[in-house]
Write a protein that binds this ligand. Structure first.
Ligand code: KIV
Ligand code: ZN
Length: 551
């Protein structure tokens, strides 16, 4: 890298808009959305989608609720043309969905594009040409007027061919491509020249798409550019102003949100932000950001995992683990303090104590988009007792007493640390079983019988101690008290039971009850034990032995 980057790069000139309005506005409604997955997204793939992949993705987009879908660049290849024809001839598009197609300002391409649309119910014909100084100079070697003439000729050729689309409702769209790198006065001039040809009216609007083809400045600059055009262009009420951002500086979402504040009506983008270079705008993120503020996004992402699967299958791309809303890890907490806060927040929400969602670390309820709570808390060496207890409880219905969590948490943590990786709920249960339930030395239960008379319980215990049989009797006000008494008669140092709880295990478990018992020795040493049995009394006896085996 250069010591002095200013020798090679220059600052982006700000827009003179001292009375800019957008910073004081808030968004209150969703924009019109247009998916460009099948065009901009597709043209960025190493292996573009075939017709059947495009069909599958098209249907998924319709299911999400998109009403405007840029289906391709029909003059670019046979696949693209055939795809259009299949959509139309097989009547695959619902009547309220507009099929959008992109075309450059060339006669042969426009002819082929119009041909691809014959018989469709509703279409948007999208004309573009590049307008930035670099494109004008380096790529085309043309003056401003010559660039304007390209747009005007293209617009005229399209207009002249509309009679071929009888019975089809047609909307027209123009993009001064590389708008954000174009002088805004020239962007206005060329857009107005196209408007002069198409003659939009408030009842018959055209779409003016203002692309951030390559992000060249901060998102506030794009917002200024959008507000400047919205305020200075003629016949604003005859236009649907549309945003189309890319993500070169990783601020495509921010640019779109600020662009909406600046007065735009419509947003183009793709699922999960697939698109050229760093991608197009991710529509899912903008939609769910609105949802998070209580605004209906008018798109349905309630099964985001399913949408992700279709997207990954059709495009061959992968959604990164940290991708907003859809990424594998974005509703997951490994850190103990985060887990604890989430657990408390979820408990408050489920208890109906707060009216609006306010769970720490979770911007929206993962359930709303088909993600589940159990993926929220995952356990690795960063996790604390809270996460361990949460997984045991949610996955297996094992509800450890608070104080026992304090004992088992560090034991599990040490084991996870040694493994050096994340562990599943099943692995934690195995650790718990090994540590408590399956302990059989020195004490192992062989038989336990009780009889009760006048409030006194007498027990007879048959045990093994280091493999050798031991038998004793005892009595007390319950089976546990009788067992403790019996141990003392057998010469075992005295201990008392200081904590006890039990509950049924969830259906499908191999046993029906689990007991947790804490014992305290004469020297004050405390230990937890746990026992599992189909008989609740035996579960608690086993729990006492488990605690003794851990002394
Ligand atoms: O990024 C872009 O400018 C485009 C245009 C064709 C709208 O994709
Ligand atoms: Zn684009």
């Amino acid at each position: 890298m250069l010591k002095d980057p200013s020798k090679k790069y220059r600052p982006f000139p700000p827009v003179a808009l001292p009375d800019r309005q957008w910073p004081n506005r808030v968004l209150t409604a969703a924009p019109r959305w247009c998916s460009v997955d099948l065009r901009d997204g597709n043209q960025a793939l190493a292996v573009p989608m075939n017709v059947s992949q495009k069909l599958e993705l098209f249907h998924a987009l319709v299911k999400c609720g998109f009403k405007e879908i840029e289906v391709g660049f029909p003059s670019a290849s046979n696949t693209e043309f055939t795809f259009n024809r299949r959509l139309i001839e097989e009547r695959r598009a619902p009547d309220d969905v507009w099929l959008q197609v992109l075309v450059q300002a060339r006669e042969d391409l426009i002819d082929r594009t119009v041909e691809s649309l014959i018989g469709a119910k509703r279409v948007i014909i999208h004309l573009y040409n590049s307008t930035s100084p670099a494109q004008r100079r380096v790529v085309f070697g043309k003056s401003n007027d010559e660039i304007k003439a390209i747009a005007v000729n293209g617009a005229t050729m399209i207009k002249d061919r509309l009679h071929r689309l009888k019975g089809t409702e047609v909307m027209l769209q123009y993009s001064p491509e590389s708008f954000s790198a174009t002088e805004h006065e020239f962007a206005r001039e060329i857009s107005e020249a196209v408007m002069d040809v198409w003659q939009p009216t408030p009842r018959n609007k055209m779409i003016l798409n203002l692309p951030d083809t390559v992000e060249v400045a901060m998102p506030n600059v794009y917002a200024d550019q959008i507000e400047w055009v919205c305020r200075h262009i003629k016949n604003r009420d005859s236009l649907i102003v549309s945003l189309h951002t890319h993500n070169d500086r990783y601020t495509g979402v921010a640019a779109t949100e600020l662009g909406l504040l600046a007065g735009a009506d419509r947003v183009e983008g793709t699922l999960f932000g697939n698109g050229e270079r760093t991608g197009n705008l991710d529509i899912i993120t903008v939609a769910l950001n609105l949802y998070m503020h209580g605004i209906d996004p008018v798109l349905d992402f309630s099964d985001l995992n399913a949408i992700r699967k279709v997207y990954e299958r059709c495009t061959g791309m992968r959604v990164p683990e940290r991708h907003p809303y859809g990424g594998e890890l974005v509703f997951t907490a490994f850190s103990g303090s985060h887990q604890d806060a989430i657990k408390k927040g979820l408990a408050e929400w489920e208890g109906g104590k707060s009216k609006h969602w306010d769970v720490p670390y979770l911007t929206i309820d993962p359930n709303d988009i088909g993600r589940e709570y159990h993926e929220v808390i995952r356990v690795n060496s960063q996790s604390g007792k809270g996460g361990v207890a949460f997984l045991l409880e949610t996955e297996f219905g094992i509800s450890l007493p608070k104080d026992m969590q304090r004992e088992f948490g560090p034991i599990a943590n040490d084991a996870v640390d040694k493994l050096g990786r994340e562990v599943s709920g099943a692995e934690l249960k195995e650790m718990f079983w090994r540590e408590y339930v399956e302990r059989t030395t020195p004490w192992q239960l062989q038989g336990f019988e009780t009889e009760s008379r006048n409030g006194t319980v007498k027990c007879r215990a048959k045990l093994l101690r280091d493999g050798k049989p031991v038998e004793f009797s005892g009595e007390g006000n319950g089976p546990l008290a009788a067992l403790v008494h019996g141990f003392s008669t057998a010469g075992v140092p005295r201990f008392e039971i200081t904590n006890y709880s039990e509950h049924a295990l969830s259906a499908g478990e191999e046993a029906s009850a689990i007991a947790y018992i804490q014992i305290k020795r004469g020297d004050g040493k405390l230990r937890w034990g746990s026992g599992v049995d189909t008989n609740i009394e035996l579960a608690s006896i086993r729990a006492v032995l488990s605690a003794m085996n851990r002394l």
